[in-house]
Design a protein around this ligand. Structure first.
Ligand SMILES: NC(=O)c1ccc[n+]([C@@H]2O[C@H](COP(=O)([O-])OP(=O)(O)OC[C@H]3O[C@@H](n4cnc5c(N)ncnc54)[C@H](OP(=O)(O)O)[C@@H]3O)[C@@H](O)[C@H]2O)c1
Length: 265
């Protein structure tokens, strides 16, 4: 049976670049996102350029019924998964209480619930087989409080903590777990979050998804626990340890407030 690399959120940005990097390595891919047409274009391109085996699964990970159905297929052995990449995610920005609860809840469902459920179902099968690798995508934002992106930063802190916990639990059972914490990366992410990337670019160094993917695949081969691409993001990652917490909240808050979606009312 073919062993797949399952990548969620493979229709654009970092997930798409990771799909290409894994295809270049010769992996068979199982790509997941909501937009079937975008996934089909990705598959066609990877088949043509890398002769890759690509399976597609259109699934809204925020929809509990669709997520459950997909997880049941995996639990039933429909696919053997050698590598799981939990990349799908999006951000809400602006003041939490002014945003619509439906949007904040959808963010929790995609960034937390779906990621945890896939770690559970796939991780259990990997542990039974005695091998496998899981990569969860967090963010530099998950390493610090994030006023004006409070729920997103909290969700990414969850991803970081879950991944580190699972790494220790699953290592003796032959399963490697890593977490990717990218800094600002050029992708459609910012448009969906209502963030003006042009403003952020003045203040931060921006990576391409392809550079993030290249560094990540290399780091996975070395089983790096927490992958932070590029030195300037590594500096940001240690910044919470350099000063008092109140100062960190003020600095991050003023950065995010300047770029976040303005309040609707
Ligand atoms: N860009 C950055 O600066 C940055 C920095 C740190 C961390 N990250 C993280 O990196 C990951 C990828 O983000 P990106 O920058 O590549 O953004 P992106 O280009 O907007 O990609 C997000 C992906 O997630 C999928 N997705 C979103 N909602 C979904 C849902 N309900 N069900 C299934 N798939 C869904 C999207 O596909 P469909 O729209 O087709 O469903 C898309 O493929 C995210 O977890 C993000 O939080 C990004």
């Amino acid at each position: 049976m073919l062993r797949y690399t399952l990548i969620t959120g493979a229709s654009s940005g970092i997930g798409l670049a990771l799909a290409e990097a894994f295809a270049a390595r010769g992996d068979a891919l199982l790509l997941v996102a909501r937009r079937a047409d975008a996934l089909a274009r990705v598959a066609e391109d990877l088949q043509r350029r890398y002769d890759a085996v690509v399976e597609l699964r259109a699934c809204d990970l925020a929809d509990a019924a669709q997520l459950d159905a997909f997880c049941e297929e995996i639990a039933g052995g429909a696919y053997e998964i050698g590598t799981l990449v939990n990349n799908a995610g999006f951000a809400t920005s602006g003041a939490f209480v002014d945003n619509e609860w439906d949007d904040e809840r959808e963010m929790i469902r995609v960034n937390i619930t779906a990621l945890a459920q896939l770690c559970h179902v796939v991780g259990r099968r990997m542990a039974a087989a005695g091998h496998g690798q899981i990569l969860n995508v967090s963010s530099i934002s998950g390493m610090m409080p994030g006023p004006w992106m409070a729920n997103y930063a909290a969700a990414k802190a969850y991803v970081l903590s879950l991944s580190e916990g699972l790494r220790e639990e699953l290592a003796p059972r032959g399963v490697k777990v890593s977490v990717l914490c990218p800094g600002t990366t050029r992708s459609p992410f910012f448009e969906r979050a209502g963030i003006d990337l042009a403003k952020l670019e003045k203040e931060a160094l921006v990576m391409t998804p392809e550079a993030v993917a290249r560094i990540t695949v290399g780091a996975l081969e070395r089983d790096v626990a927490i992958i932070v691409p590029r030195w300037y993001n590594k500096l940001l990652a240690i910044s919470p340890r350099l000063g008092p917490r109140w100062l960190l909240r003020k600095v991050v808050g003023s950065l995010y407030k300047g770029v976040a979606r303005p309040a609707a009312h």
